[in-house]
Write a protein that binds this ligand. Structure first.
Ligand code: ASP
Length: 372
C-alpha cells in the first residue's frame, strides 16, 4: 500500500517529470526511413491513409519490400553473409499505442525477420529471441526456412575470402605455387582472370564490398493522423561479420525506440558505435526533453564523436545515421558525416520521407564534413 508520504513524493515526482512535447499531430500521415526506404515510406503512408493500416503493420509492410528484394544486399534475402557465407539477420519492432516491442537476432533462413520480431512481440512473453531458437519459433508459426544467399552475394563473399592474405601474403583460397603465370597479378587483373565470365560492373562492386565491407539496414518509422506511432529496423548487419555477431538493429533502445508520448527514432550504420550510446533511446529522450528532431539527432551524434575524443581519423572509419520523428510531426535524418565519396563522386547522406503521400529524399543534417 502506498503511504501518504510516498504518495506525496510520487505526485511531486510526476509533476516534475517532463510532459509530452507533442502538440496535435495535425492529422498528418508521416513515414521516414533510411536512404533505401523510399518505396517503404511510400507504401507505409498509403496503407495507413487509404487502408487504415495500423502504424506498425504499415511500417513492416514497407520494409518487407527491401527484405524480399535480392538486389538490396544489406537486408533480408540477398543480404551479404557472415564470414562463413551464411546470411544472419537482425530485426526489431516497437508498437507505440500498446507500448510493446519484439526482436530477433542472428536468425537464419527467414526472409522477413521483421515479421518474426512482430510475432515475438505478440505471441510470446519475451521481447528478444536469438539464433536457433528464433528460427524454430518462426517455423512453429509457419514460416518457411529458405536459402537467403543469392548467387550475387555468394560470389561477392567468395571473392572477399579469396582477397584475404596472411602476413606472408598467402591464402589457401588463392592460387597455389604451381598456378600458371599471372595468377598473382594485382587485384583487378587477377579478378578478371579468375572470374572471366563476370561483368566489369559486378567485379567492381564485389571488389568494393571486399575492401570496404558494407553495413546497411532499413529503419522505417510511421505516424498516423491520430498521433499513433511505431517503428521497425531490419538488417543483414555487417558484411563478413563473425557468426553470431549481433548489431544494434535488434536492440531496443539502440537500433529502434518508440515512446508513444513523444516520438520515435531508429538507426543505420556501424551498430557497435550506436550500441555504446543507446542511440535511438537517446534521440527519443532528447525529444522528450523538448529538442527538435534535428537537434536530438545531432546531440546524439556528438556523444558518438565524444567516445573517440572527436578524433576525425577514427571517426572517419565509420558512418552512423539516426532518423527521428516526433509525435507532433517534426522529423529529421542525421548522419555523422555529410556523405561519402564513391569513385570520386560525392554522395550526400540522405533519408526517405513521405508526408501525406508526398514521398521524397531529403538530405540528412550532419556533424562532420568529409573532404574529397
Ligand atoms: N546497423 C547495422 C549493424 O550494425 C548495419 C547498418 O545499418 O549498416 O548491424
Amino acid at each position: 500500500m502506498i503511504s501518504r508520504r510516498n504518495w506525496f513524493l510520487s505526485s511531486a515526482a510526476l509533476a516534475a517529470a517532463p510532459q509530452a512535447t507533442a502538440q496535435s499531430p495535425g492529422g498528418r500521415f508521416i513515414s521516414i526511413a533510411s536512404s533505401n526506404g523510399l518505396r517503404a515510406v511510400t507504401l507505409a503512408v498509403t496503407l495507413m491513409k487509404q487502408r487504415n493500416y495500423d502504424t506498425l503493420d504499415a511500417a513492416i509492410s514497407g520494409v518487407n519490400i527491401q527484405e524480399e528484394d535480392p538486389e538490396d544486399n544489406s537486408v533480408g534475402y540477398g543480404g551479404l553473409p557472415n564470414e562463413e557465407g551464411i546470411v544472419e539477420l537482425d530485426a526489431s519492432v516497437m508498437h507505440g499505442p500498446t507500448r510493446r516491442a519484439g526482436s530477433v537476432a542472428s536468425i537464419r533462413g527467414i526472409k522477413t525477420p521483421s515479421k518474426v520480431a512482430k510475432l515475438v512481440m505478440e505471441r510470446t512473453d519475451h521481447i528478444m529471441l536469438a539464433g536457433e531458437g528464433a528460427l524454430r519459433f518462426a517455423k512453429a508459426h509457419g514460416f518457411q526456412e529458405e536459402e537467403l544467399l543469392t548467387e550475387k552475394s555468394r560470389k561477392a563473399w567468395l571473392l572477399w575470402k579469396e582477397s584475404l592474405r596472411d602476413p606472408r601474403g598467402h591464402n589457401n583460397w588463392g592460387p597455389g605455387l604451381d598456378a600458371p603465370a599471372g595468377a598473382d597479378n594485382p587485384p583487378r587483373a587477377w579478378l578478371r582472370q579468375r572470374y572471366p565470365g563476370e561483368s566489369p560492373e559486378f567485379l567492381d562492386w564485389a571488389w568494393e564490398m571486399a575492401m570496404h565491407p558494407i553495413t546497411g539496414t532499413i529503419n522505417c518509422l510511421a505516424l498516423n493522423g491520430k498521433g499513433e506511432m511505431s517503428g521497425v529496423t531490419t538488417t543483414s548487419g555487417l558484411a563478413w561479420k563473425l557468426p553470431g555477431r549481433v548489431g544494434d538493429s535488434p536492440i531496443i533502445g539502440a537500433g529502434l525506440f518508440v515512446d508513444q508520448d513523444h516520438g520515435a527514432a531508429g538507426s543505420t550504420g556501424r551498430g557497435e558505435e550506436n550500441i555504446r550510446v543507446a542511440g535511438a533511446h537517446t534521440v527519443v529522450e532528447n525529444m522528450r526533453h523538448g529538442m527538435s528532431a534535428k537537434d536530438a539527432v545531432l546531440d546524439c551524434l556528438k556523444r558518438v564523436a565524444r567516445n573517440y575524443n572527436n578524433d576525425p581519423a577514427k571517426l572517419g572509419r565509420f558512418d552512423l545515421n539516426f532518423y527521428a520523428l516526433r509525435k507532433d510531426g517534426d522529423f529529421a535524418g542525421g548522419s555523422l558525416w555529410n556523405g561519402s565519396y564513391s569513385r570520386g563522386q560525392f554522395q550526400p547522406r540522405r533519408f526517405a520521407v513521405s508526408v501525406d503521400g508526398n514521398a521524397r529524399m531529403e538530405n540528412c543534417v550532419h556533424l562532420l564534413e568529409r573532404k574529397a
